[in-house]
Structures are given as C-alpha cells and as structure tokens.
Design a protein around this ligand. Structure first.
Ligand SMILES: NC(=O)c1ccc[n+]([C@@H]2O[C@H](COP(=O)([O-])OP(=O)(O)OC[C@H]3O[C@@H](n4cnc5c(N)ncnc54)[C@H](O)[C@@H]3O)[C@@H](O)[C@H]2O)c1
Length: 400
C-alpha cells in the first residue's frame, strides 16, 4: 500500500468551500506510544491536532491534506483518556489490526527507544510510510538495518530532528547565510538543567525514570548526542571525530511508584567534536546542573567577524565592531557589562518545530517533496552515541 496524490485510495475528495474550491484529502496516521510526554505534547497536540485545527497541510496544488489519527498502545485506559481529552475519536490496543487497515498510510512511533525497531519493522512489513522519534534504535547496527529495511521496502521514512526548526537556530542560520560570522572557529554548547532525583518530598522527579536506566534505553549520550549529530552536521560541518567523558553523578533516584532505583545510565557527558570544516565543537550535556545562562540549550558560536549565543528561542549576536576590549584585572569589578552589546537576531516567522517537520514529512508522503531527515540520517546520531561511548571507554579520540 502506498499513498500518493496521483493514486490516492484514501477517501473521496470533498470540496469544503465551493467559493475557494479547496479539495480536502484525508491521510490516515497511526500514532503509536503517544500517551507519553513527547507523543502527547509535541506530536499529538502541538503538531497533528494543530494541523487539523488550521485546516490541514496546504499542498502546492491548493489541496489540503487532513491528518486523521488513530492512537495505538498497550494500555486501553490511558489511550481512552488521551483520546477523550484530545478529542481524537479512534484508538486501539490491537496494532496488528490497525496495521492491516489500508486506510492508514503513515505509522508514527514515540514509544520507548528499546521498542522502536520492533514497531517500525512491523509497520514497514505492512507497507506503511514511517516517521518516528529519535533515537531510532539503541544500537547503531540496528539503526542502519531498519533504515535499509525501509529503503528496500520503498516506503517513505523520516526521523524527528526538531532542533533544526527552533527559532534560535533559524535566526542563527539567517545570520550565517548573511556572512555575519566571517569564518566560524568554534562552538561551545551547554545543555542541561537540574532533574530532581525525587528524594525530596516537595520536589518530585520531572522526567520519566527510564531515562536513568541503561537497560531501558536511558542515558544522556544516546538521548542528546543524537541531537548534536544533526545539529553540528547541518550548522557547522560534518562530524569527523569525537572525544567524550561520560558520568553518572547521581547514583540513586526515585521512580514513578515512589521506589528508589539505581541509576545505571549516564546523566552527564562532556564531549568534543571535530568537523570536516575545522570548526571545533564542545558540548556539555547534563541533568545535574543548575541553570545560570540564557536558555536550557545555548551554543556560543565564535567567528572572525562576529559571535552568537544560540538559544532555543532566541539568538543574541555581537559583531566585531561591538566586541569589547577587556583587560584582565581580578582586583576590581569589571568595568564592562559583558551582556551589553548583544542584539537579538530576528528568526522570521516560526512555528512549533515538531509541527514544521510533520508538515514537511506529510508533503513528502503526499507529493514527493524532498525530506532529507531520513531513518538513515537518524542512524548517524545513534552511531555518534556509540562512538562517544567507545571514546569514553578507551579514553581517546574516535573517528566518526
Ligand atoms: N525529540 C526530542 O527532543 C525528544 C525529547 C524527549 C524524548 N524523546 C524520545 O521520545 C521517546 C519517548 O520519550 P518520552 O520522554 O515521551 O517518554 P515517556 O516515558 O513519557 O513515553 C513513552 C511512551 O511509550 C509508551 N510505551 C513504552 N513501551 C511501550 C510498548 N512496548 N508498546 C507501546 N507503547 C509503549 C509508554 O506508554 C509511553 O506512552 C523516546 O524515544 C525519547 O528518546 C525525544
């Protein structure tokens, strides 16, 4: 089964407004494992339901592609509750039956990382187009294998690489295109915040406990180095080498049932990345740091003609002309306000990053528009995570 606007077998097109003559095409989407944090908030509510609310995805020929989701998962109660809360009519715990239904063209997965490949394999075998959260697998061999399985089956496929559409990064890309930075020399990425362990009664843990257990697909390297791979590759140059030190700073946390558990996964990673452009990137990722910076992720980009602090929502830029001339003197308070002389760069119009990528994926499925953020690209992130571990264990640089 495949979906294309030329051989659309999904529903009879309907004209919603005779004066505009806009044609509506339904596209059935199986949303698997979306009762979790990312699935519910980013993918169901802020992407698919937001797209439905705006009247669908507008294609070049004026057709509107209307997502029609069905929620799938293991727990009927949770699915029912989410369906009722979000106004989605359909849900099912019988994934095989839903996969066998030809009226669903797309399978999306936001379940736990260890289960991803198994779900994708079943959906590809059923001829569905595939879109999923990162990491696409825990093991890079599996990540490349599932990419190959999808390619051989000829189904369209994609992986979430949401950070590329964040307003801060969009503003950075605009500045870069304008030549604001001159030659980019280095990048210092700082990501993280304090994730409460749950030991303090008044401060429950704010992230799912599986993130701190390696056996459940947890760990900051597999989580964040997948992001750093596509961020660095796309913004600064393809990664050619990695040096990483991993740590588990907090050894015990409290789970969802209030029980203590041993943290078997890394919760902090200190990494250096070399790129083919010569830009040196240094990224600290940690769930054990308190924030005194502009955003939960900041990347300081320094170039010969200008610098930027790239945050999630904002990008602050300082040109060569505005660069202060400090003098080292720890005996007096600095006469310079180092936060002055940075200007907020305009990203242009921005929407939720997940929604932007969803719209691009749906256009790719419906009319073959380019979509380079494939399962194969996602596998590169999983590979970087594995190479980071190799570097940590051997205490040396590892080629990528
Ligand atoms: N793109 C991003 O920035 C980003 C951020 C956080 C998490 N993620 C990824 O998204 C995925 C989900 O993370 P989360 O934080 O939402 O976790 P979560 O624990 O909140 O949600 C996981 C979901 O998977 C479901 N699930 C688990 N095992 C399942 C199974 N065997 N069958 C069906 N459903 C199953 C759970 O019921 C839940 O709905 C992970 O792979 C994670 O790495 C991506």
């Amino acid at each position: 089964m495949s979906f294309s606007m030329k051989s659309c077998t999904l529903t009879t097109p309907t004209t919603v407004n005779p004066t505009i003559k806009r044609i509506m095409e339904r596209i059935g989407i199986i949303m698997n494992g979306v009762t979790g944090r990312m699935g519910t908030n980013q993918h169901l509510v802020r992407s698919i339901l937001a797209i439905r609310e705006q009247g669908g995805v507008r294609l070049n020929d004026g057709t509107c592609l209307m997502p029609d989701p069905i929620l799938t998962g293991r727990n009927e109660e949770k699915l029912k509750a989410l369906a009722e809360k979000s106004g989605v009519e359909k849900y099912s715990t019988d994934l095989d039956a839903v996969l066998a239904d030809d009226s669903y063209a797309v399978f999306f997965d936001a379940s736990g990382t260890p289960y991803r490949v198994g779900f994708l394999e079943r959906a590809i075998a059923a001829g569905k187009h595939i879109y999923c959260e990162k990491p696409t697998a825990v093991d890079p061999a599996e990540a490349y294998r599932i990419a190959e399985v999808a390619e051989e089956a000829g189904v369209k496929n994609g992986t979430v690489q949401d950070k590329l559409w964040l307003p801060g990064i969009q503003a950075f890309l605009k500045l870069k295109k304008e030549g604001f930075f001159g030659e980019i020399l280095s990048v210092r990425g700082e990501f993280g915040y304090w994730v409460f362990s749950g030991h303090d009664e008044k401060q429950a843990a704010q992230r799912p406990s599986w993130n701190y257990r390696e056996e459940d697909g947890g760990g900051i390297i597999i989580d964040m180095h997948c992001h750093w791979r596509y961020v660095i590759d796309n913004l600064f140059g393809r990664i050619t080498g990695v040096f990483t030190h991993a740590a588990t700073h907090l050894r015990e946390r409290i789970d969802e049932e209030g029980k203590p558990y041993r943290c078997t996964a890394d919760d902090s990673a200190y990494a250096l990345f070399k790129t083919e452009t010569g830009v040196v990137c240094q990224f600290n990722s940690s769930w054990d740091v308190r924030v005194r910076r502009d955003d939960l992720l900041t990347m300081q980009v320094d170039g010969t003609k200008g610098s930027a602090i790239v945050g999630l929502r904002k990008c602050w830029a300082q040109s060569l002309a505005k660069t202060p001339r400090p003098v080292w003197n720890p005996d007096v308070d600095s006469p310079i306000d180092y936060y002055a002389d940075w200007e907020v760069a305009d990203p242009g119009p921005c929407e939720n990053a997940f929604k932007v990528q969803w719209e691009l994926f749906l256009k790719h499925v419906a009319c073959d528009e380019p979509f380079p953020w494939t399962l194969r690209e996602g596998a590169k992130g999983v590979e970087l995570a594995a190479k980071s571990w190799e570097s940590h264990r051997q205490g040396c640089w590892v080629e990528v």
